[in-house]
Design a protein around this ligand. Structure first.
Ligand SMILES: NC(=O)C1=CN([C@@H]2O[C@H](COP(=O)(O)OP(=O)(O)OC[C@H]3O[C@@H](n4cnc5c(N)ncnc54)[C@H](OP(=O)(O)O)[C@@H]3O)[C@@H](O)[C@H]2O)C=CC1
Ligand SMILES: O=C(O)C1=N[C@H](C(=O)O)C[C@H](O)C1
Length: 257
């Protein structure tokens, strides 16, 4: 049995990880990190801790759906101690320091980082790169929609999609991304890529990449209709990453895409 540790165990996705692992024949919950207090039942024998070292020591692999500050504490533990366990990181909204920490930690342990754990979005990233390169004159606009509780914007997935679009045109996303339009802003510039966020209700996650030209447009859309798409995807890649060499892996590595 693979012993899985969960960071963010009381959260929307973390709770689903506990449910999914209860029915898994190859993996089980071994440890849960609890930031504040444990708000649900966990299987008998589960280590419940607020200490990152204990979480790592009790697990064969740790899955993280939490918050940037929590991921930072986990990665710092690995970097400062020079050891750890394979990590599957799904948290979004990292700052530059946290992104660098991810790279440093991946020199010590294997890490799979994906802003979206669904198979559909992994394929969408590829389609977006193809469309962006082939339809090189088309204007690209990205819209993401999420539930009212989401705290980061735009979504990690939308930023990853935008990166695929920009890279396919040899553009630097930091130079061409815009996040809003308001007032007398002038006409759209050729290379800009807008990434807009909409929040409301219980939308699990919806991403539309539009490519617009005179006379035609193409819209590529992915809609997650159930949140356990993400927990199940993360468990699948957690099984894959055990035994791999230290490196920063993408979900495409795990899915063979
Ligand atoms: N890559 C992917 O496929 C997906 C990624 N996500 C991302 O995963 C993350 C979690 O999403 P979601 O489950 O909806 O969020 P929730 O807000 O429901 O859960 C967040 C969890 O993180 C914990 N937490 C918050 N701050 C800290 C901290 N400083 N130290 C330790 N633990 C902390 C919370 O604990 P407490 O309850 O005690 O506050 C809670 O368990 C987000 O970044 C989201 O964007 C979400 C879905 C899919
Ligand atoms: O917070 C969420 O809910 C989600 N977050 C991820 C993101 O920021 O892209 C993935 C998914 O869309 C749901």
């Amino acid at each position: 049995m693979i012993n899985v540790g969960i960071l963010g165990s009381t959260g929307r996705v973390g709770s689903l990880l506990i449910d999914d692992l209860a029915n898994d024949e190859q993996a089980r919950v071994a440890a849960v990190h609890v930031f504040d207090k444990l708000t649900r039942q966990v299987p008998d024998g589960t280590v419940v801790t607020n200490d990152m070292k204990v979480l790592l020591d009790s697990s064969d692999v740790v899955i993280d759906f939490s918050a940037p500050a929590a991921t930072e504490a986990l990665l710092t533990q690995v970097v400062e101690n020079g050891e750890g366990k394979p990590l599957v990181i799904a948290t979004t909204g990292f700052n530059k320091h946290q992104q660098n920490l991810l790279i440093e930690a991946s020199k010590i342990v294997p890490i799979l980082y994906a802003t979206n754990m669904s198979l559909g979005v992994a394929v969408l990233n590829k389609l977006v790169a193809l469309a962006s390169k082939t339809l090189s004159d088309f204007d690209i606009e990205i819209v993401e929609q999420h539930h009212r509780h989401k705290v980061d914007s735009p979504s990690g997935t939308a930023l990853t999609l935008a990166e695929h679009a920009a890279n396919a045109r040899d553009l630097d996303l930091d130079e061409v991304r815009i996040s809003g339009r308001d007032g007398q802003i002038g006409a759209r510039t050729k290379n800009e890529i807008a990434v807009m966020a909409l929040r409301g209700g219980d939308i699990v996650g919806r991403h539309t990449v539009g490519l617009y030209n005179d006379g035609e447009f193409l819209e590529l859309n992915h809609t997650a209709t159930a949140r356990n798409t993400f927990s199940k995807g993360a468990i699948k890649v957690a099984k894959w990453i055990i035994g791999k060499d230290p490196k920063l892996y993408s979900i495409n590595d795990a899915l063979g895409l």
